[in-house]
Ligand binder design. Sequence first.
Ligand code: GUN
Length: 293
Amino acid sequence: MNPPQLLDGKSIAATVLDECRAEAAALLEKGIRPGLAVVLVGNDPASQVYVGSKTRTCSDLGFHSLKIELPTETTQEQLLKVVQDLNADPSIHGILVQSPPPKHIDEEAIIRAIDPRKDVDGFHPENVAKLVLEDPTGFVPCTPAGCMKLLEVSGIPTAGAEAVVIGRSMIVGKPMALLLVSKISNATVTIAHSLSNDLPAICRRADILVAAVGRPEMVKADWIKPGAVVIDVGINRVSDPSKKSGYRLTGDVAFEEVAPLCSAITPVPGGVGPMTIAMLMKNTLQAARQFHP
Ligand code: GUN
C-alpha cells in the first residue's frame, strides 16, 4: 500500500491563523479589537501549556488577550464572580474556562453562567442546541471543528462515509459525531465508548475513525479497515526517562503500527492540537463580529 497522507495540523492551522490575522486587522480598522479571556483554575501542567498557547496565539494575532490564573482553592462563588465580570466586560468577546477544573468546582454551573454570546468553547446548552439545529450563529467546539477543517482542507470526502467516533465527551465525541452527520458532511456515524461491545469490530467498519478517549495508543492495527482515515485527538503524556521533561506525548492511536494501513492519519503532536487553537481564534472572531454586526 502507498504510504499514508500525513494530515499536517501545524501547517493547516498556520493557514487558518493567517486568515484570522487578516480578519482581526480588518476589525481593528473599524475600531473593534477581538478580545479573549482564558481562565485556568489550579495548576494542572498540561492545562497550563494549553492556556499558555491560547493566550500567546491571541496576542500574536493582535487580539486583546486576558489570562486569569486562579489557585486550586478558588471557590465556586469566586469563579462565578470572575465569569460574571467577564460577561459584563465589553473588551471581552470570548470566555474560556479551561477544563477540567478542580474536583470541588461544579463545571456544568460555570458553563451555564457564561454568556452564550461569549461561549467560544461552544459548551453552553444554547450553543449545544444550535449545533444540533445546525444554526451557524452558534459556536462549534474547537477540537471537533478543527478535525472537520483538517478533513475538508485535505480533500477527504465525508458524504456517505462510515464514520466511527470513539469517545462521547461533550468536548469532542458528541459534537464531532453531530458535525459528521450534519447536512454539510453527510457521514453515517457511530459513537462508540469504553462500554461498547467489541470495539475493534466497530472500528473496523470505519472509513473515518476519530479516536477521542484519552488512553495512550489504545487503537491498534487490527482495529483499522485498510485505507481508512484516522484522526487522533488524544494528547497523552507517557513517562519517558530518555526525555529531558521525563515524558513524551502520544495519541490514542498506536501510530507506528496503524499508519501503514491508513490512507491518511494525523500525527501527535502536530495534528489535531494546533487546529484546536486555530478554531478558538476563529470562534473569537465570530463572537466579536456578532457583537458588532
Ligand atoms: N480542555 C481540553 N480541551 C478543551 C477545550 O477545547 N476547551 C476547554 N475549555 N477546556 C479544554
